[in-house]
Design a binder for this molecule. Structure first.
Ligand code: GLC
Length: 441
């Protein structure tokens, strides 16, 4: 397959996955609208269909809550997916929208990146209008993140469910999840082998071979977190008073720092102000990533437990995200790239695995516990370019394109063999492949 055929194939995936309103990540597997999936999809669409790219983003904003939160999922109203909608009971929050059913948590804030990537392709007048249309929602979202999720004003926002990180079951999150007591009813389920019943409610295990996804027990623990959150009616004070399951996630905060620089670009173009406190908070966040989330002993970055302030020293792909944030000194960037290019950890035949080969937690096809994903590669490629590591960026882009060319636009891939896994014809893989093809060289 040559690049032209690859491009056409990826465009076809995005057109097949279109619901008429938004792009489903993969129709059978993931029928709802997801926050960062739609942003990645819009970034791909911006290369050839600006109207649809804008529509993708505006459709995401339908789900915004009255307090500014943008949920990770907006549910389709198909009758067969009632169970997904009802599980969250997000209507218990006074801020949830009346006319949309959504989850009660968020996801990595890729929104500003998508808005600016679309904006850059528009003529100046249309760009200004696009920014005027989206700025209020974007600003409200960023303000919500720091207001609600950074209660100690550290410049690092906290997450309350693994799904908010987008890298759901990466080792740092599983470590935190397992530190908490298993509720009695979940242990009871396990003892009686009833955890298998959970499969009745899971879509992922219907489409993926067992062993590639989280265990039923872990699925119950995820569900238990949701149960605790909804019991507090999605009110953050109540949630934090009652629970210490809160993580200052590295990837999320790096994406947010980058998003703030996009917010500044937008505000300058339209002449609207960003409140000073928000700039100050982001400034603090940049410092804290460098000082508090860096571990000099292992020479890498980690997420941190919000309550104990302990680094969660489980190595993962998140360590490269400060490149994308652009908030580290070139010397540190060099250390990261040396680690990236080490074939014992990350640089196999198809880089970049979500977890290093040398980690005790590495599983070749275990969802976010080893496979290579195109969205994280895209973030790293962008970060390498920011640090003028153009050769490394080009190399990783070539590896990524050959992965998709040889194995199809799947959800994730073995970093050793390229074997595709998860959903076939996955939207963000297709969209970001389109973007990489358009930005080659
Ligand atoms: C899974 C992924 C998440 C993604 C979602 C929809 O939950 O972990 O990152 O947004 O699926 O594709």
């Amino acid at each position: 397959m040559d690049n032209k055929e690859l491009l056409e194939k990826c465009k076809k995936v995005l057109s097949d996955n279109y619901s008429g309103e938004y792009t489903m990540p993969a129709p059978n597997f993931y029928p709802h609208q997801w926050l960062w999936d739609s942003c990645f999809t819009a970034i791909g669409l911006a290369n050839y269909d600006l109207d649809r790219a804008k529509k993708e983003i505006l459709s995401l904003l339908r789900g915004q809550w009255g307090n500014g939160m943008i949920p990770n999922m907006i549910f389709t109203d198909h009758a067969e997916h009632k169970q997904d909608r009802d599980m969250w009971k997000s209507w218990r929050s006074p801020y949830a929208p009346d006319d949309q059913k959504t989850s009660g948590i968020t996801q990595p804030p890729m929104l500003a990146e998508a808005i600016v990537r679309i904006g850059k392709k528009l003529e100046p007048e249309a760009r200004r209008q696009w920014y005027l249309d989206t700025f209020p929602a974007l600003l409200a979202y960023h303000e919500w993140l720091y207001r609600e999720r950074d209660p100690h004003e550290e410049g690092l926002v906290l997450l309350i469910h693994p799904w908010e990180s987008g890298l759901d079951n990466t080792p740092p999150w599983m470590h935190e999840l397992h530190m908490h007591q298993t509720p009695w009813w979940a242990s009871g389920f396990q003892k009686l082998h009833l955890d298998r019943l959970v499969n009745l409610f899971r879509r992922d295990t219907k489409h993926s071979p067992p062993g590639q996804r989280i265990s039923n027990m872990d699925a119950l623990l995820y569900y238990n977190v949701i149960r605790r959150l909804r019991r507090k009616n999605w009110d953050i004070e109540g949630i934090l008073n009652k629970s210490d399951f809160a993580v200052q996630d590295l990837t999320f905060n790096c994406i947010l720092i980058r998003a703030h620089s996009h917010l500044k670009t937008i505000s300058k173009t339209i002449g609207h102000e960003i409140p000073q406190w928000l700039h100050e908070r982001v400034h603090k966040g940049r410092e804290h990533i460098n000082e508090k989330l860096w571990d000099p002993y292992t020479g890498q970055f980690y997420s941190r437990n919000f309550v104990t302030h302990k680094l969660i020293k489980e190595p993962s792909i998140a360590t490269f995200m400060p490149l994308y944030a652009g908030c580290i000194e070139p010397e540190r960037a060099k250390i990261l790239v040396k680690m990236l290019k080490n074939n014992k950890d990350y640089w196999g035949k198809y880089p970049v695995p979500s977890v290093p080969f040398s980690s005790h937690a590495f599983r070749e096809l275990g969802y976010w516990q080893g496979p290579t994903w195109v969205n994280t590669n895209w973030l790293i490629i962008d970060g390498l370019k920011r640090y003028d590591m153009t050769e490394e960026a080009r190399e990783l882009s070539e590896h990524t394109l050959s992965l998709v060319k040889n194995h199809g636009p799947s959800e994730y891939f073995s970093a050793h063999s390229g074997k595709p896994a998860g959903a076939e014809n996955f939207s963000w893989t297709a969209a970001l492949t389109i973007d990489l093809l358009n930005n080659k060289d």
